[in-house]
Design a protein around this ligand. Structure first.
Ligand SMILES: Nc1nc2c(c(=O)[nH]1)N[C@H]1C(S)=C(S)[C@@H](COP(=O)(O)O)O[C@H]1N2
Ligand SMILES: [Mo]
Length: 306
């Protein structure tokens, strides 16, 4: 994590003010244009006013992001996850990348961190349950890792699998869930530049409760797609069945794109509670990333493909 030294040694409040302009710009204009800018290159622009937005997206605090988690391998109590996950052994860690590829391989996490430039991406996270946060992730595009292994022309989807270790993840002893946690993306979604493999947040290594040492972040989809503690990434021909599709296919589809117009069978998705705020704010189509990703779904019925 030595590529983000300033934030390591900067108190969070200063870190936030330094990056305020960048944050506003990224959230308003989309992450692509600015995500590669270094903090230094932005320092001269702090005086300029951020774009006017009616509901500013302020990053949640480190305490909020690491103290309120969904991680069913540990608990359904969001505030208990951090304590229960604290002992998870995340180093050494290896991730196997294979399936329909020319160059399958087992990658050590330390190697991945050195191999790819670690970027900062400030993304909204919208849970299907109706709450949301803004999280400054550190990581690298999944596309870079996929390019390394060379998917064959037969590969149509990417399947992700979480560590299965009931001795460390107590709820994996529960027979009510089809462990391990599995998620999937269509290959073009996986290759999209917004799709991130995160290794950190707020410039620090990911803590266990947020999916250490490697988790997916797909900011335009409901949070459950952003699978934690990944040990396997496979290129496959058929659409993978995720854990949530297996449990409740009528409630959780494969695509799970954030969509205020398509209610969950048991609640509306038109608004959300931003952690740390009073009241609710409107939920944005594709979680506010429509300009970047809507074209992936041209011609698809997003009500059927929920
Ligand atoms: N392996 C695994 N990944 C998971 C989950 C889980 O229970 N197990 N929960 C998902 C859900 S529902 C959400 S909203 C996000 C929450 O991520 P966070 O705790 O880092 O905010 O993680 C997702 N990834
Ligand atoms: Mo979620």
């Amino acid at each position: 994590m030595n590529r983000i030294p300033s934030s390591e040694i900067t108190p969070e409040s200063i870190y936030l003010s330094r990056r305020r302009w960048m944050r506003e710009a990224i959230l308003a204009a989309g992450a692509l244009a600015l995500a590669a800018c270094s903090p230094a290159s932005l320092s001269g622009e702090e005086a300029s006013s951020p774009p006017a937005t009616p509901l500013p997206d302020t990053p949640n605090t480190y305490e909020q992001i690491t103290g309120y988690n969904n991680y069913y391998e540990f608990s359904t109590d969001k505030e208990a996850v951090a304590g229960l996950a604290a002992g998870l052994i995340t180093s050494p860690w290896q991730v196997y990348v294979g399936g329909l590829v020319n160059k399958p391989g087992t990658y050590d996490l330390d190697l991945l961190r050195r191999k790819f430039t670690i970027e900062e991406r400030i993304y909204r996270l919208r849970c299907v349950e109706g709450w949301s946060m803004v999280i400054p992730w550190n990581g690298f595009p999944l596309a870079k890792l996929l390019a390394e292994v060379e998917p064959t022309s037969d590969a149509k989807y990417v399947k992700f699998t979480t560590l299965y270790d009931p001795s460390q993840m107590p709820e994996q002893n529960s027979p009510f869930y089809p462990w391990p946690y599995v998620e999937g993306l269509r290959l073009d979604e996986a290759m999209h530049p917004l799709t991130l493999l995160a290794t950190g947040l707020y410039g620090k290594d990911l803590p266990p409760q947020n999916g250490a040492p490697l988790r997916l972040v797909v900011p335009w989809k409901y949070g459950f797609k952003s699978i934690k503690a990944i040990v396997k990434i496979e290129l496959v021909v058929n659409q993978p069945t995720s854990l949530w599709m297996e449990i409740a296919p009528n409630e959780y589809g494969f695509y799970a794109n954030v969509n205020p117009d398509v209610p969950h069978p048991r609640w509306s998705q038109s608004s959300e509670r931003r952690i740390g705020e009073l009241g609710r704010r409107p939920t944005l189509k594709f979680n506010g990333y429509a300009d970047e990703v809507a074209s992936l779904y041209t011609g698809m019925d997003l009500r059927k493909n929920y």
